[in-house]
Design a protein around this ligand. Structure first.
Ligand SMILES: [Zn+2]
Length: 103
């Protein structure tokens, strides 16, 4: 049955991302985000180019500031039941090296 094949394909594609991402109201989805599995769960990670880093953040990895203008990564938990807004609130800015060291 060709229809069931098509249906299956759609379901597979949809199931790969939490449905809440489909109604992302903010530029969150504009960047190129990837998901990464760490020891404490799955995280969504997006790299931030230096030009887009307009203010300093504190890196949770080393507790030092990520200076404005520094290319870095932003990560937030991929927890669909948390809800998109809370996931956005949970975003953390990391030095790229600190994030990659994290397990
Ligand atoms: Zn750091």
């Amino acid at each position: 049955m060709p229809w069931s094949l098509i249906e299956h394909g759609i379901v597979t594609v949809m199931a790969r991302r939490p449905s809440k991402h489909l109604r992302a109201p903010r530029p969150l989805s504009a960047g190129h985000a990837t998901s990464v599995d760490k020891s404490d769960g799955r995280w969504i990670v997006r790299s931030v180019p230096g030009a887009a880093a307009t203010k300093p953040y504190r890196c949770p990895g080393c507790d030092h500031p990520v200076a404005a203008g520094t290319p870095h990564v932003v990560a937030w938990p991929s927890t669909p039941e948390l809800g998109l807004d809370h996931a956005v609130d949970a975003r953390r800015h990391w030095h790229t090296a600190c994030w990659e060291r994290r397990r």
